[in-house]
Design a binder for this molecule. Structure first.
Ligand code: G4P
Length: 612
């Protein structure tokens, strides 16, 4: 391998006359990306930090944890990030480890979310003493919003790690995010954290995962004791025991390694006869009880390699990282609609989403496809209040990104090209320009307002459109109104931007020209607050919200004729009929029970969850 390639230097791809951009296979093969899913407080921040530490990307643990103002003053840290070519931002953290390039995609935690929210609040309430947790505590379940955002990060990931608190096992957030992993059949690794505290039995945890998720686990690392008696782990891939030394919390852990066959040394090093006997028993029991590791099943998300450790005390993290590098999958392709630009139904029907066209077959776009393609999974506006900038984050699916390349866009007119002159990664608050990037990587590009979540960018003449990104179905609805008609233009601009970012979703009252009053749909109250606060601080407009007492949306797949018939027959009493941005009929219900009974009694409506 040319070392310049490993260093991420300019690739040997050349742009040919037809502007095709191919990713070299070694660049695809060496990429691994992962998203960590967990319930708040399981240790995701700690784990991320330790992965960076063991990956050589950080010298000292503790750096990621610093939040808000504390982090902003860490300019040395920023310098270090730059020097080492890693980025620690809310979107992706990248580092090289054993010639592999690891991208950790951030699934925002509760603190991060409230911090973002806080940052986006108008300055008059963002005053010293107004701690961001005030915003956070007002609402009953801010975690719902967090899930919503995490789902998008999962759409960009190829591997996921489910991080559990050993004392708590599965928790609500893990359950919710697991559903998303399952939907995508993502390879899922499980890391049971905080073994240095009193823990559930490892068998009990395996059982819980199996019973609740129908997911088989295969212990790679098996714990020896827990809490104060946590001695270490058995690596079942080679029968080596790693004994744990409660060392320095900031640095790397010292580890003693002993083979299982060396019974005497093992017994005296464990120094606890009961745990030693238990280890022998467990080893035997596991080899009898557990079906063998099947990488095919791991890749399709049916069997989860299981690890035990303690991120805080650095134990099991490097073992996990090494195994993940071996077992995790390289960037995978994605199914997409493909057609020659200018042909087919898509090109005539502007403004619709790719996944609406069921009459075009899906085709796999693999990373070695000869053209560049990628999809937007996150957009962000006004990151830096001094420059009114907007970024779209692209997960590259195929080909090579090169600075200055021209790309088509799934929702634009055929033949229209955008020049990607300005891709960047974020280093804290600084930006660094990206020359070249490959499948599995995430780049931030300037977004003049054209790119929305779920959009595809592609090189070449053949249009590629990846399906939209799934999101949770909204549960609260409200009319939004501009208070000052003189500011209509700013209001409209702000609303358009916030909808494009996916800050909330939109429905409209039914109206023949599609222009009925706007209804915002959200998974939690906090989203509404953010929209109003950002309209005020970024666009200078005051708005009023009027909540509507419905809390469930169902899309009537059968179309307007069926809905009109049901309405005329008096079957939709107490149900609000609205339309989404493709003017498809959406019904709003007051409760699950009502939605279920209409779905049952009026099957011809073909009700389906509505989520975008
Ligand atoms: P999160 O991002 O998933 O919300 O979790 P985070 O890493 O912030 O960890 C939550 C708390 O759990 C922190 O304690 C952290 O130190 C602790 N923790 C993380 N991993 C381990 C572990 O392996 N063992 C033990 N015993 N604790 C762990 P805190 O009190 O909130 O913060 P701090 O005072 O430790 O910084």
């Amino acid at each position: 391998l040319p070392s310049s390639a490993i260093d991420g230097g300019m690739a040997s791809t050349t742009s040919t006359a037809d502007e095709s951009y191919v990713a070299p296979s070694y660049e695809i093969d060496r990429r691994r990306n992962l998203a960590i899913i967990s319930h708040p407080d399981s240790g995701k921040t700690t784990m991320t930090e330790k992965l960076l530490l063991y990956g050589g990307a950080l010298q000292q643990a503790g750096a990621v944890r610093m939040k808000g103002e504390q982090r902003a003053t860490q300019s040395d840290f920023m310098e270090m990030e730059k020097a080492r070519g890693i980025s620690i931002s809310a979107t992706v953290m990248t580092f090289d480890y054993n010639n592999l390039r690891i991208n950790i995609l951030d699934t925002p935690g509760h603190q991060d979310f409230s911090e973002d929210t806080y940052r986006n609040l108008p300055s008059n309430i963002r005053r010293p003493g107004y701690h961001h947790s005030h915003v956070f505590h007002v609402y009953d379940d801010p975690n719902r919003e967090m899930n919503h955002i995490s789902t998008r990060a999962l759409a960009a990931a190829d591997n996921a790690v489910m991080l559990l608190d050993a004392a708590k096992g599965l928790e609500p957030q893990t359950r919710k995010l697991f559903e998303v992993c399952r939907m995508r059949s993502l390879p899922l690794f499980t890391f049971v954290n905080k073994m240095d505290r009193p823990a559930m039995s490892p068998y009990e945890i395996m059982d819980q995962i199996e019973q609740e998720f129908g997911l088989a686990t295969y212990p790679i690392l098996w714990p020896i004791g827990d809490g104060d008696r946590f001695k270490g782990v058995l690596d079942r891939t080679n029968d080596v025991v790693h004994l744990f030394d409660r060392g320095d919390r900031q640095g790397k852990a010292e580890v003693e390694q002993i083979h299982m066959d060396d019974r005497e040394t093992l017994k005296s090093s464990i120094g606890d006869d009961e745990l030693f006997e238990k280890l022998l028993e467990d080893q035997e029991l596991l080899s009898e009880l557990i079906s063998p590791l099947d990488m095919g099943r791991v890749m399709s998300g049916e069997q989860s390699p299981l690890f035990f450790g303690s991120a805080m005390t650095n134990f099991g993290v490097q073992l996990f990282l090494d195994k993940f590098c071996d077992m995790g999958t390289k960037p995978s392709g994605r199914l997409a609609k493909r057609n020659e630009e200018g042909k087919g139904k898509r090109s005539k029907q502007q403004g619709s989403n790719a996944n609406d066209d069921d009459d075009e077959a899906d085709e796999m776009i693999s990373p070695d496809h000869r053209e560049f393609s990628g999809f937007v999974f996150k957009t962000q506006a006004n990151l830096d209040p001094k420059h009114r900038d907007r970024l779209a984050y692209i997960r590259i699916v195929s080909g090579a990104f090169q600075k200055g390349m021209k790309v088509g866009h799934s929702r634009s007119k055929p033949g229209k090209k955008y020049n990607l002159a300005q891709a960047q990664t974020l280093f804290g608050s600084d930006r660094e320009s990206v020359e070249v990037a490959y499948p599995g990587d995430v780049i931030g590009i300037n977004n003049p307002g054209n790119f929305a979540i779920g959009d595809t960018l592609f090189s070449g003449n053949e249009k590629i459109a990846f399906p939209g990104i799934p999101s949770f179905s909204p549960e609260i609805f409200a009319y939004i109104r501009n208070r000052d008609m003189d500011k209509y233009k700013s209001y409209q601009k702000g609303i358009d931007q916030l909808l494009a970012e996916g800050a909330v979703q939109a429905l409209r009252q039914r109206n023949d020209d599609g222009g009925g009053p706007l209804i915002l749909a959200a998974v939690g109250q906090l989203q509404f607050e953010v929209v109003q606060a950002r309209l005020k601080s970024e666009y200078g407009v005051d708005s009023d919200l009027e909540p509507i007492g419905y809390n469930l949306a169902r899309w009537a797949d059968a179309g307007w004729d069926a809905v009109d018939k049901a309405d005329a027959d008096g079957k939709l009493f107490g149900i609000m009929i609205v339309q989404d941005r493709w003017r498809r009929p959406v019904l709003l219900f007051r409760n699950d029970w009502k939605a279920a009974s209409v779905a049952e009694d009026e099957k011809y409506l073909m009700l389906k969850p509505w989520s975008k």
